[in-house]
Design a protein around this ligand. Structure first.
Ligand code: IMP
Length: 428
């Protein structure tokens, strides 16, 4: 079996879209396995930008079958708009794009509840895309799924029951009641438009793997936003980690032969929650400006800080990483000195991995390393990098005990060092 998982090793926005787009040529199938339109994957090809929220980032490679698995939650309007954008680029989707009939629907009540909750104090800082309430319905066994869009009577009955279930919450939050008939009409119409893309993703992926096809599993968000391994409750509501690739696409763990963790050369986070290495000063602003750190989905300025090895150690373990890909190394060009957080200190004790609960009280322990001033965007091999940049990567490897493979030195496809066929592996 030959499946590679691409997973975020930090708090999301690590540049997974670009790496999936680069690795997709080596695969036959690309499967998105978790999350929903909270994700924003930015692709830059020939200077042109395309932001995708649901459609897998491999979609621009026309010989690939791209699939959205059962672990995701889908807003059909966002999906239809993305299909339109991709088709507008002249890309054909016929017979090469499948959405799982088992994926849950994001409904208007989910978005309304998400927004009402976010208006309160102490909110999570969600993307307000209805993700949390949609997953609540899934776990509560009252969700509606993509397949229900093709069964009008089932859809009607389930929708009415679902709205009734949310009614007390709506009232408590002061929400305006929604019109069931309007939702039914609107969603069934989206079903008609999506019908030719709806299918059994698990079987397609399973059959392909059985025929030795190479499958790329595309994660969304990141390890620290995973509902089980992340900074709970400041997390998203799905399993963003590599394990989600199997439950989220309907094939077993033996399908996975490698896991690539994507990490930025520094750290960012959007929304609330602990972020030990955050820099709320001129250095943080410099990182934000140099890295264009504004959310691809919400446009919110991202919180920025030094590279934190502690979450990366967790990511290596929780995902079983076989290698790290370091992105945005070029953004660090021009800093005289760089700091790497190697561990935390809390109440006199040193922590190499995140401590339970008190994550917001830790003090980062830093190691200073020399910066570089040379433009590295034309480097295509690690050996081409300035000594200080090479040393930076060496330290990441030594501190995480995980090899660094791909290094991204700019937003474009071309601006990448050490790309090899991940299904064959390095040194093969
Ligand atoms: P939700 O997924 O919209 O419920 O948001 C929960 C938390 O995850 C918030 O802090 C969001 O900012 C964060 N989040 C969700 N999706 C992404 C993403 O794709 N990149 C970065 N942060 C995200």
């Amino acid at each position: 079996m030959s499946g590679i998982v691409i997973v975020g090793a930090q708090w999301g926005d690590e540049g997974k879209g670009k790496i999936v787009d680069l690795i997709a040529p080596y695969a036959e199938l690309v499967v998105r396995y978790a999350g929903g339109a909270n994700a924003g994957h930015t692709l830059v090809v020939g200077g042109e930008q395309l932001i995708l929220h649901l459609v897998p980032s491999g979609i621009l490679h026309e010989d690939k079958h791209c699939l959205i698995g059962q672990g995701t939650v889908i807003d059909p309007h966002v999906l239809l708009e993305e299909i339109r954008l991709v088709q507008e680029k002249g890309v054909t989707l016929t017979n090469r794009f499948t959405v799982s009939e088992r994926a849950h629907l994001v409904l208007p009540q989910h978005k309304a509840i998400d927004a009402l909750r976010e208006a309160r104090q102490g909110a999570i800082g969600t993307t307000k895309r209805g993700i949390g309430p949609a997953y609540e319905d899934k776990a509560g066994r009252r969700g509606l799924r993509i397949g229900d869009l093709l069964r009008p009577e089932t859809f009607r009955a389930k929708l009415q029951a679902n709205l009734e279930a949310w009614q007390p919450v709506f009232e408590a939050l002061g929400g305006t009641p929604l019109d069931p008939e309007a939702i039914i009409k609107d969603y069934l119409a989206t079903g008609e438009q999506l019908a030719s893309f709806i299918g059994e993703v698990g079987s397609v992926v399973g059959d392909a793997l059985a025929k030795d096809a190479r499958v790329l599993f595309e994660g969304a968000q990141g390890t620290m936003l995973d509902i089980d391994s992340g900074t709970y409750p400041f997390v998203t509501s799905s399993n963003a980690v590599a394990g989600g690739a199997t439950t989220g696409s309907g094939v077993g763990p033996t399908a996975i032969s490698g896991v690539i963790g994507i990490a930025k050369a520094y750290t960012t986070r959007v929304g609330g929650g602990p972020f030990p290495t955050e820099l709320q000063d001129a250095t943080g602003n410099k990182l934000r400006d140099a890295g264009a750190e504004f959310g691809a989905t919400t446009g919110r300025p991202r919180r920025c800080g030094w590279l934190d090895i502690v979450p990366l150690r967790l990511a290596v373990r929780a995902n079983g990483l076989t290698e790290l890909a370091i992105t945005k190394l070029d953004v660090l060009t021009g800093f005289a000195e760089l700091q790497i957080c190697v561990a935390y200190e809390l109440d006199g004790k040193r922590y190499e991995v995140p401590p339970y609960g008190d994550f917001d009280r830790v003090t980062p322990i830093y190691e200073s390393v020399e910066g570089w001033t040379e433009d590295i965007r034309n480097c295509r091999h690690r050996a081409d990098l300035p000594d200080a940049a090479r040393h930076y990567l060496d330290r990441i490897e030594a501190l995480t005990k995980c090899p660094v493979g791909i290094v991204s030195v700019g937003p474009d496809r071309e601006e990448t060092a050490e790309l090899v066929d991940p299904f064959i592996g390095r040194g093969a």
